[in-house]
Design a protein around this ligand. Structure first.
Ligand SMILES: O=C1C[C@@H](C(=O)O)NC(=O)N1
Length: 445
């Protein structure tokens, strides 16, 4: 493997921005500082640009195996690296769902030589695989994923005794999707009785309400508090849920929470133009919810940002039948760019974005030697240009479903380059055709 010298970069790392050069050898960061004269097989001038640790995305649905008409590890990791994501944690709702060691191993095998980014996979929890959770190979799974009352789930877990057993016996972090199904079903029926199948998408956030999210999360957290277990709640989407999460530092708390760029960018006003494209679970809610989530993130109630990339075919997303339109949106390519809009608006600092998309994720999931720009760490890096705009478009979407909810949006920043394990994989608007060398993430256990 060749060496690479990045010169004149503004390094955004561990709460500071400093100008420095970075020397990369054999995939790792070997030196950081003023490195004039350092020989390297390739030099990248980063003048005027910002070098961040690559985003570690704690929630993607890359659809392999079984749902590869919607996405696969090749196409979705192309989109990920084009968006500055260098590592991802993939959810278990594939076909078959990832409910055993064998299926975890199969996912690992599928990623070798095909994934452009580094990978980790969740084991799905159900009432039937608790023994496996107890004896889980802790390097094979990045976490255990539990669906508390959501219709997207292959396996729902609603019984508090089962939840308690999962929380107390899991040797790895439990990450939960929380929405109360009975309440959602009630809401669905009341609007179906008015509109039939053509329920306006504008009502998605009313049907999959803040109350539904709150109830399921509160139920799970009651169990977690009771047994003093750690749990991570995925994609918080409403102001109401925020009261469940303390603003203590991540190291001091057992309960952590994730938010996604789309909840910080879109609001229910966007359903009018986007219709079913914007349908995702939990639903995007009101402008007030969006403002509260931004505030909750700034104050530390929310700990990390993940994309919740969930691709579905454009055709599937375009019908008027509310119930048949699948929930989820391709997000990896535009997630970081969306957050950089919050930077451009003066809401988040670059250091804050790095903390929430990289440092905190590496810490929460105990990921070894990634998530920071440090000597000896893997060179997973993203170079962003804050002055070169980029208009998102379907034509440039790398995800297999080939669309984006940001279509036509004029991002004020762009992703100039992405390096995974020291190799340039995305550069000046082009994917570099290298053999994919994403690695299995290693965890400190
Ligand atoms: O939790 C989920 C699952 C996802 C999917 O399509 O896999 N789509 C969603 O909108 N939410």
């Amino acid at each position: 493997m060749s060496s690479l010298l990045i010169v004149n970069a503004q390094l955004v790392n561990e709460g500071r921005i400093v100008e420095a050069d970075v020397y990369i050898n054999e995939g790792r960061i070997e030196a950081i500082g003023a490195l004039t004269g350092q020989a390297a097989s390739q030099v990248l001038d980063a003048k005027g640009r910002y070098l961040l640790p690559g985003m570690i995305d704690d929630q993607v649905h890359f659809r392999e195996p079984g749902l590869t008409n919607k996405g696969d590890l090749i196409t979705e990791t192309r989109a990920a690296v084009a968006g500055g994501i260098t590592s991802f944690l993939d959810m278990p709702n594939t076909e078959p769902p990832t409910l055993s060691n064998e299926l975890l191993k199969e996912k690992h095998q599928l990623a070798v030589g095909r994934s452009l980014a580094n990978y980790g996979f969740y084991l799905g929890a159900s009432s039937e695989n608790i023994e496996l959770i107890k004896s889980l190979d802790v390097q094979l799974a990045c976490g255990v994923n539990v669906f508390v009352g959501s219709s997207c789930a292959s396996k729902l877990v609603d019984d508090p005794d089962v939840l308690r057993e999962i929380l107390t016996s899991s040797p790895v972090l439990v990450a939960a999707h929380c929405e109360d199904m009975p309440l959602i079903a009630e809401n669905e029926e009341s609007y179906r009785s008015i509109y039939g199948d053509a329920v306006p998408f504008e009502l998605h956030g009313v049907i999959r309400s803040d109350e539904a999210c709150y109830l399921a999360a509160a139920r799970l957290l009651e169990v977690a508090h009771d047994c003093k277990a750690r749990v991570h709640i995925l994609h918080i989407s409403s102001a109401k849920e925020l009261e469940l999460f303390s603003a203590a530092s991540m190291a001091e708390k057992l309960i952590t929470a994730e938010v996604c760029p789309h909840y910080l960018h879109f609001s229910d006003e966007d359903y009018a133009s986007q219709q079913g494209l914007l349908k995702c679970n939990p639903a995007i809610k009101t402008i007030e919810d969006r403002a509260a989530l931004i505030q909750g993130l700034l104050e530390g109630h929310l700990d990390i940002i993940g994309s919740a990339h969930a691709p579905h075919l454009f055709t599937e997303k375009q019908g008027s039948n509310y119930f048949k339109t699948p929930a989820g949106m391709p997000m990896v390519q535009d997630a970081l760019l969306s957050l950089l809009e919050n930077y451009q608006d003066g809401i988040f600092s670059l250091e804050f974005i790095v903390e929430k998309t990289s440092h905190a994720v590496a810490q929460l999931f105990s990921i070894q030697e990634r998530g920071f720009i440090r000597e000896g760490y893997w060179a997973d890096l993203v170079l962003v240009d804050l002055e070169q705009p980029h208009v998102a478009s379907q034509a440039q979407a790398f995800a297999k479903c080939a669309w984006t909810p940001y279509d036509g949006y004029p991002f004020r920043s762009s992703i100039a380059a992405t390096l995974v394990n020291g190799e340039l994989v995305w550069h000046e608007g082009r994917l570099l055709e290298r053999s994919p060398r994403g690695q299995a993430l290693q965890f400190i256990r």
